[in-house]
Design a protein around this ligand. Structure first.
Ligand SMILES: [Zn+2]
Ligand SMILES: [Zn+2]
Length: 168
């Protein structure tokens, strides 16, 4: 099964069970029916506000992701660029990946946490590291990329599509 890339975006659709519970408790912020969430760096000086639901959520175990995150994999949500706003002082780092294309990350100069990424192969979209939302109920990854580089103990549930390298 092959995935379409870049993914098509349909922001604002689909409520998770967690959304329904939070709405009952009055903890969901909405603007024109679009759910807003705020992601933040470790020190809180740099924030990203997203509107609506992500187009795609994925995890990646490539060695670049491991180094940048200092962890076994990254867990990112992809949004249309227009659905995201960033506020606060930040630095930008652009690097070339194995495919020869670039990836750019925006991070806080105080605490160093990355809150946004842009990918040459997916124009018009940005990625937000899911951990920055500090929301354990956030949607699970649909795909797990670079499974061939995963740490030997790491096992995802079977409904998460595992891709040995990355989608074409
Ligand atoms: Zn910070
Ligand atoms: Zn990666």
């Amino acid at each position: 099964m092959s995935r379409q890339w870049p993914v098509s975006c349909s922001a604002g659709e689909g409520d998770t069970l967690g959304d329904i519970f939070r709405r009952r408790e009055g903890k969901v912020t909405e603007t024109k029916g679009m759910r807003e969430r705020t992601a933040s760096c470790g020190c809180g000086n740099l924030t990203v506000t997203t509107s609506g639901e992500p187009c795609e959520v994925h995890a990646c175990s490539c060695l670049n992701c491991q180094r940048e995150s200092g962890s076994a994999f990254t867990y990112g949500a992809i949004y249309p660029e227009a659905a995201v706003s960033i506020a606060g002082e930040r630095r930008v780092w652009r690097r070339n990946v194995d495919s020869g294309r670039w990836i750019e990350t925006e991070f806080c100069p105080t605490c160093g946490a990355t809150v946004l990424s842009r990918m040459e192969y997916s124009p018009g979209t940005v990625g937000v590291p899911v951990g920055c939302f500090a929301d354990p109920d956030f949607a699970k990854p649909e795909g797990f990329y670079w499974a061939s580089r995963r740490h030997h103990w790491l096992q995802f549930s079977e409904d998460i599509e595992s891709v040995e390298t990355q989608p074409d």
